[in-house]
Design a binder for this molecule. Structure first.
Ligand SMILES: Cc1ncc(COP(=O)(O)O)c(C=O)c1O
Length: 493
C-alpha cells in the first residue's frame, strides 16, 4: 500500500521516486520564466493561481505538477541577468543537487540518532569555518535558517553571557530589574534584525544605540568610542557591540580590528554580522578584508547570499561553544548524554531550533564540487563586475554614483532628474516599479540621507558586463520616458 508514494526499499518505490524527481525537474524547465518576472500584482496573480487548494480527490503527481507550472512561471527567475535587486542569489547546481539528496534523506539535526553522518558533517564544516575565521579551539556553532536567526542567537548568547559575568542568571531569573540600562551598540547601517533581536530578547528598541558611518559607509570608530564613553557616564551598561561585515545596501565592512578592540576594552560581547561579507573568507584575494573577525565572540554567516546556496543556509559561530549551556534545557527523549560521551554533540544544544534541516550538506557538496578556489573565482568575478558597474555609472551623465568604491557586490546610485529632490525621489522609485511591473528587471531601491536611490546587487557570476550595460541603458531610458510629459514618449524595451 502507498508503495508509489514514499521512497522505501521496494523497486516500485525507487522507480516512482525517479519518475517524480524527473517530472519535477521537467516541470521546472518547461515553465521557468524567460524573463526576470511577470510583474503581475498580487491581485492579478490570484485568479491565475486559483485552483481548488484541498480537493477531496487528488489528481496524481503528473496532473498536480501541470497545475504547478503557473506557480513556476509567476516566480522571479533568480538566474536571469536582470534580477539584481536583493541579496538573493542564483543557487549553484551543486546546491540544487544536494537539495534532492538532503530532502529525501530528511535527516533531523536535533539528535545523533536522527542524523548520524549529518551531525558529523555539520560539525566538520562548522569547525572548518571557525578555523578559517580564526576562532580558537573550543569554538563551535551550527547551521541556521539565515542571518536573522544567527543575529538573534548572537545577541541571545551575548545577553546571557554578559549578565552571567555580572552574576545574574537569565535562565533562572529572567531579565534583571535594571535591564533597561543594557545597551547594544551598532552602526546606523546595521541590519534591522539587530533591533528586531533586541525587541524579541525583551530589551526593547531603547537598547539599540547607533553610531554614524564614515563616507565609505563603515562604522566611525571615534564616534563608537565616544558613544561607549557617553553611555557609561549615563549609567548605561554596554552589553554588546555589533559590527557588520557587509552592510546590506552598501556592502561596506566595518573596521573589525578597531571595533573589536573597543568591545574588548568595554567588556562587551563582540558580534560580527558577516551574513553578506563573510563569504570573503573563501576568497584568495580578498579575505584580508575580514581581518579582525578573529576577535569576534560570535559571527553570523550566510551561504544563501554570496556563496550561492539555495535558501536556507545560514551559519552561526561562537568563540566558546560552552556558552550554549546558558540557554539549554534537557530533553530526555533526545538522549543527549549518550552521544556527547562519544564526542559528538547533540546539535539541539547548539541551536534555538529543534527539528532542523541538513543544510550543511549543500555547502559540503559545493566545496567538494568546486573547491575553495572555485568559490573564490566566483566571488572575484562578481566583485570585479561590481567595480566595472560602478565605473560605468560613475561615467554616466544620467546617474549619480553613490558608492564609488564598492567593497562587495552592490552599487547604489540615483537617476538624475526631476526639478527638485522630491520629484527625483519619486522618479527613482517609479523607475524601479515600472521595470518590475513590466517584467523587465528586478532592481533594488533604498534610501541614502533620506533620498530615494536605485541599487544593483550583483550576485550572478554568469552575468557579462554587456548585460549590465544593457540594464543600465534600460534604467536610463525608463527614467527619460517617465520624465517626459505624459504621452510624449513611450519606453522602448
Ligand atoms: C547584513 C545582513 N544581516 C542579516 C541579514 C538577514 O539574513 P537572512 O535574510 O538570511 O535572515 C541580511 C539579509 O539581507 C543582511 O544583509
Amino acid at each position: 500500500m502507498f508503495d508509489a508514494d514514499f521512497l522505501t526499499r521496494t523497486p516500485a518505490a525507487r522507480h516512482a521516486y525517479r519518475a517524480a524527481i524527473d517530472a519535477a525537474a521537467a516541470t521546472l524547465l518547461r515553465a521557468l520564466p524567460a524573463g526576470p518576472c511577470s510583474g503581475r500584482s498580487a491581485a492579478a496573480l490570484h485568479p491565475g493561481l486559483a485552483t481548488e487548494l484541498a480537493p477531496r480527490h487528488g489528481h496524481g503527481l503528473a496532473a498536480a505538477l501541470r497545475r504547478a507550472e503557473t506557480i513556476v512561471a509567476e516566480s522571479v527567475f533568480v538566474g536571469h541577468p536582470d534580477v539584481a535587486a536583493h541579496l538573493h542569489c542564483p543557487p549553484l547546481l551543486s546546491a540544487l543537487a544536494a537539495e534532492v539528496v538532503l530532502t529525501a534523506l530528511n535527516q533531523s539535526m536535533d539528535s545523533f540518532d536522527q542524523a548520524p553522518a549529518a551531525t558529523v558533517i555539520e560539525q566538520q564544516i562548522i569547525d572548518w569555518l571557525c578555523a578559517v575565521a580564526g576562532l580558537p579551539a573550543g569554538a563551535g556553532g551550527s547551521f541556521t535558517a539565515g542571518g536573522t536567526q544567527s543575529n538573534y542567537m548572537g545577541l541571545l548568547l551575548a545577553r546571557d553571557a554578559w549578565l552571567a559575568r555580572q552574576g545574574w542568571s537569565v535562565r533562572d531569573n529572567g531579565l534583571p530589574p535594571d535591564h533597561r540600562n543594557l545597551a547594544i551598540v551598532c552602526s546606523e547601517l546595521a541590519h534591522f534584525t539587530i533591533e528586531k533581536s533586541a525587541i524579541q530578547l525583551g530589551l526593547g528598541t531603547g537598547a539599540i544605540v547607533t553610531v554614524p558611518v564614515d563616507p565609505q559607509f563603515r562604522m566611525d570608530v571615534r564616534a563608537l568610542e565616544q558613544t561607549v564613553a557617553q553611555l557609561r557616564s549615563d549609567g548605561r551598561r554596554v552589553m554588546a557591540i555589533v559590527a557588520t561585515a557587509g552592510t546590506t545596501d552598501f556592502g561596506s565592512i566595518d573596521p573589525l580590528p578597531a571595533v573589536g578592540h573597543v568591545a574588548g576594552r568595554a567588556g562587551a560581547w563582540f558580534h560580527v554580522d558577516a551574513a553578506y561579507g563573510g563569504a570573503l573568507l573563501v576568497s584568495r584575494l580578498r579575505s584580508l578584508a575580514l581581518s579582525g573577525l578573529d576577535l569576534a565572540d560570535s559571527i553570523s554567516l550566510d551561504g544563501h547570499k554570496l556563496l550561492w546556496q539555495s535558501i536556507s543556509c545560514g551559519m552561526f559561530l561562537v568563540r566558546d561553544a560552552e556558552t550554549f549551556d546558558l540557554i539549554n534545557t534537557r530533553a530526555d527523549y533526545l538522549n543527549p548524554e549518550s552521544h556527547e560521551a562519544d564526542g559528538v554533540p547533540d546539535l539541539v544544544n547548539r541551536s534555538v531550533l529543534t527539528t532542523r534541516r541538513f543544510d550543511a550538506f549543500k555547502l559540503w557538496l559545493t566545496l567538494q564540487t568546486h573547491g575553495v578556489d572555485g568559490l573564490s573565482a566566483m566571488i572575484d568575478r562578481v566583485l570585479d563586475l561590481t567595480r566595472q558597474t560602478a565605473a560605468l555609472l560613475g561615467a554616466s551623465t544620467d546617474f549619480e554614483l553613490l558608492t564609488p568604491t564598492p567593497a562587495l557586490s552592490c552599487v547604489v546610485f540615483r537617476y538624475r532628474g526631476g526639478d527638485d529632490e522630491a520629484e527625483a525621489d519619486a522618479l527613482n522609485e517609479r523607475i524601479r516599479r515600472e521595470l518590475f511591473t513590466r517584467g523587465e528587471a528586478v532592481v533594488g531601491g533604498t534610501r541614502l540621507h533620506g533620498r530615494a536611490c536605485l541599487k544593483l546587487t550583483l550576485l550572478n557570476p554568469t552575468v557579462e558586463f554587456a548585460d549590465i550595460e544593457q540594464l543600465v541603458a534600460r534604467l536610463a531610458r525608463t527614467g527619460a520616458a517617465l520624465r517626459a510629459p505624459a504621452g510624449a514618449l513611450s519606453v522602448q524595451p
